[in-house]
Design a protein around this ligand. Structure first.
Ligand SMILES: C[S@@+](CC[C@H](N)C(=O)[O-])C[C@H]1O[C@@H](n2cnc3c(N)ncnc32)[C@H](O)[C@@H]1O
Length: 286
């Protein structure tokens, strides 16, 4: 390997020169950490960090601009409605509240009890506890009724609340965004086992906690992503990361099912027999 200092990137050369003029290891370290490392980190984070409320607007805009019909947004794990009411407001702000119904699924009793290792915190045995996030459902419902009309709550444990009747009601307004925030692998598993038949390909699936246990595929929501992508929920079904929505996170996927029963209806078809990209000039300019 070449060890020629002229091959070093400009940034390293600049650091070498700076280091040369700063006296002593203490001052060199202090200046490096405070004037270089922290600045680089702040710039990186401000540009690339993920904020989970932004994509709600992106998804609604995408379906408003591109597709006909009515839609739904499904949230699994609502608690006090922190996200739920923000989603409702987004439909109102974007004038889609006549076309989108937001459905909230939760027991409202807080986290269920579990002793399943796949739900547990492997790092310090400090996982969610039974009853955590219990909320006053009546208060939440009253707040929503006062401000919005396009919502439905399905109160109960997922195994009881995601019924065939509920799924049939969702078919005419297929989901465009599914928000998984029920934390446990076992809860998310019940959700996907039930709702797979009503998810069209292209639907956005958001996971709130895929970083649990550093994103290990053995636990939590990451285990569901892994299981879906290794065919355990059926052949031809996968979650494809959406880099434009997910940015540097691994939280947002597009659902793909080669056998999906439902499809969206595009306003304008993307393809036609008379399409041709005509030559212009031969430079890189368009
Ligand atoms: C982290 S909280 C949801 C937070 C909420 N999305 C927000 O924006 O504040 C997780 C919720 O999932 C619910 N949950 C977890 N497993 C469930 C299950 N099997 N059935 C019903 N609700 C469940 C809990 O009751 C809890 O309210």
């Amino acid at each position: 390997m070449l060890n020629n200092s002229s091959n070093k990137p400009g940034f390293i050369k600049l650091l070498r020169a700076l280091s040369w003029i700063i006296p002593g290891n203490y001052l060199k370290t202090f200046i490096y950490l405070n004037c270089i490392h922290n600045v680089r980190k702040t710039l990186r984070n401000s540009l690339l960090s993920f904020y989970r409320m932004e994509h709600i607007y992106d998804v609604i805009k995408e379906f408003k601009a591109g597709y006909k019909g009515d839609f739904s947004i499904l949230e699994f794990g609502v608690a006090d409605g922190y996200t739920f009411t923000k989603m409702l407001y987004a439909t109102k702000y974007l004038k889609m509240d006549e076309r989108i119904t937001v459905h909230g699924f939760d027991s409202f009793e807080g986290m269920p009890g579990t002793d399943d290792k796949r739900d547990g915190d492997l790092i310090a045995n400090d996982g969610w506890v039974e009853g955590q996030f219990k909320t006053d459902f009546e208060k939440l419902q009253d707040y929503c009724k006062k401000h919005y009309r396009n919502f439905v709550f399905q109160k109960g444990y997922f195994e009881d609340s995601i019924t065939d009747t509920v799924l049939d009601q969702l078919r005419p307004s297929p989901p465009i965004l599914i928000w998984i925030d029920c934390d446990y692998y076992t809860s998310a598993k019940t959700v996907f086992e039930r709702i797979l038949p009503i998810i069209p390909s292209g639907c956005v699936i958001y996971f709130d906690e895929p970083e649990f246990n550093y994103g290990s595929r053995f636990t939590g929501e990451s285990r569901i992503i892994h299981e879906i992508n290794t065919g355990q929920f059926g052949e031809g079904i996968e979650l494809v990361i959406d880099p434009s929505l997910s940015i540097m996170s691994k939280r947002i996927y597009r659902f793909i099912n080669t056998n999906a029963e439902l499809q969206y209806d595009r306003i304008e078809k993307l393809n036609s027999a008379d399409e041709l990209h005509r030559r212009t000039n031969d430079s890189p300019f368009p």
